[in-house]
Write a protein that binds this ligand. Structure first.
Ligand code: C2E
Ligand code: MG
Ligand code: MG
Ligand code: MG
Length: 280
């Protein structure tokens, strides 16, 4: 009976929604204590120089080791952390941890002295009034030179308030910190604003690289982004490179750096140290 089935479905839906909400509430509650309980871990994904195949740097990507739910990826808790404002404290923690780690690697693996560490900044964190102070404090505390730090900001963050953004980015650049525009192509950034921002790097979003399939779909668009970046004195990183065909396409259009499973997934410190030992 259609009506009865409809009702069953509704109940099932209701139950599902209910359990989702409970899970979400649990995540929210647990998230508040996760920092003090040291449940976050930073993973590092190599960023590779297209021309040489050498590691040019790493992106720091946070993971949550939940005591009962296990390993949780950022897409499941960053939005909640952003809503509750918790992302500000979490972001500073990730920044400090990544800078500290890079400083440690500097003496352990001298080749890393030429490498950069990229750290993601959330919108909420970016517009925090004491952002600059906080970053300077972390650099002073950890001893990492500012030019080895690169901050990743997304298009949607940057387009929120272009005047404020531009002034903030200039202040960061004046300290010597490098800047990347993350997930390029997914937001609705007005291209005419790009030249107002002192960015070093544009990161082409994975969704474009995904479709850079065997027949080179998207090739012209990616090529246009690379050309635009170069005209604005910026370099380009392609995210989510998974195949050698994609790599070849990217190499042929002059994309400077690549990041993706073809080289390595985000990895814990010990795994990165194995790679670094083998490289040197
Ligand atoms: P993102 O900054 O764009 O980071 C790149 C994401 O792409 C990472 O997902 C990475 O694991 C994934 N990825 C890299 N290569 C490949 C590939 O070849 N194939 C596929 N399918 N995926 C690949 P992850 O680590 O799950 O992070 C997701 C997002 O969460 C990040 O996107 C970033 O926006 C956010 N995030 C991660 N860590 C932090 C953090 O410390 N602070 C803030 N504010 N956001 C963070
Ligand atoms: Mg990023
Ligand atoms: Mg990205
Ligand atoms: Mg992305």
């Amino acid at each position: 009976h259609a009506k009865a089935r409809g009702k069953d479905r509704y109940e099932l839906f209701d139950q599902l929604m209910h359990s989702r909400t409970i899970e979400q509430l649990k995540l929210e509650t647990d998230l508040r204590h996760a920092l003090e309980r040291s449940e976050f871990v930073v993973y590092y994904q190599p960023i590779v120089v297209t021309a040489t195949g050498q590691i040019g740097g790493f992106e720091a990507l946070v993971r949550w080791q939940h005591p009962t739910l296990g390993f949780i990826i950022p897409n499941r808790f960053i939005p909640t952390a952003e809503e509750t404002g918790m992302v500000v404290r979490l972001g500073i923690w990730v920044l400090r941890e990544a800078c500290r780690q890079m400083y440690v690697w500097q003496s352990k693996f001298p080749a890393t002295q030429a490498m950069e560490i990229s750290v993601n900044l959330s919108g909420r964190q970016f517009f925090q009034s004491d952002l600059l102070e906080q970053i300077c404090q972390v650099l002073a505390e950890t001893g990492l030179p500012p030019y080895r730090l690169k901050l990743e900001i997304t298009e949607s963050t940057i387009m929120g308030d272009v005047v404020k953004t531009s002034s903030l980015l200039h202040q960061l650049r004046d300290i010597g910190i490098k800047l990347s525009l993350d997930d390029f192509g997914t937001g609705y950034s007005s291209l005419s604003y790009l030249h107002n921002f002192p960015l070093n790097t544009i990161k082409i979003d994975r969704s474009f690289i995904d479709r850079l399939g065997v027949n080179g779909e998207n090739r012209e668009i990616i090529e246009a982004i690379v050309d635009l970046a170069h005209k604005l004195n910026m370099n380009v990183i392609a995210e989510g490179v998974e195949t050698t065909q994609q790599l070849e396409h990217l190499r042929s259009i002059g994309c400077e750096q690549v990041q993706g499973y073809l080289f390595a997934a985000p990895l814990p410190v010990e795994a990165i140290e194995k790679i670094l030992s083998a490289e040197i």
